[in-house]
Design a protein around this ligand. Sequence first.
Ligand SMILES: [Zn+2]
Length: 99
Amino acid sequence: MPTCQNCHNKWSWKQTFKGSFTLGGGMTCPYCKEKQYLTARMRKRSTLIPFVIVAIIMLGNLFLGPSYVSIFALLVLLPSVFIINPFFVELSNEEEPLF
Ligand SMILES: [Zn+2]
């Protein structure tokens, strides 16, 4: 779980999960009310994940043919990404440039 870089309080899964939907503008720390931003490393990763999932599904379609398997994979993989994501979130006090 991420730690606020300003007050060093640990965020809960629920707080991080809610915060991860407010893209761009950063997330407000529930403890000190300071704005926290995802690190550039984290943001790069979160833009990459949907592509990886789509690639896996496309490959599945290619080898197995279009089937319920790919729909099932999509329904299972996407929510699990959202559930797992808060565990890997890293916070920073400032908005880091991507490049
Ligand atoms: Zn804080």
